[in-house]
Design a protein around this ligand. Sequence first.
Ligand SMILES: [Zn+2]
Length: 149
Amino acid sequence: MAPPAPQSKPHAAPDPSLAALIAAARAVRANAYAPYSNFQVGAALRGAAGQVFVGANVENAAYPQGQCAEASAIGQMIAAGERRIAALVVIAGERAAPPCGGCRQRLSEFAGPELPIHLCASDGRELLRVTLGELMPLAFGPDTLTPKP
Ligand SMILES: [Zn+2]
């Protein structure tokens, strides 16, 4: 089955900030620690202030202790003092690899449903573009606990 076509407009001008984010995700994917699954994942997110944060998956011999690339990138973002995610790129090989359920919840903590998520192939081609809201409608998030007035 062919991967779904990207939803971006074919005539849209290239987005240099997206290209940088894709390059960052490709680069960090090479550092993934995935000796058990050999499923290497790289994630790069851009914070609201424009800084790029990256993460790779980190497996462990005690399997449940492994950490997703998205979670690693969020940790780097939080350590730097950023609290909002403006865009996310995930690269895991030749197939679009959407964030797992746990990471969708993690992303919901720091982004709204409009968050663009670019799922790319290892060569950087965008395979699919979705929003967090499409991946996780009716998310339980900070607003659930403390509704905005
Ligand atoms: Zn995950």
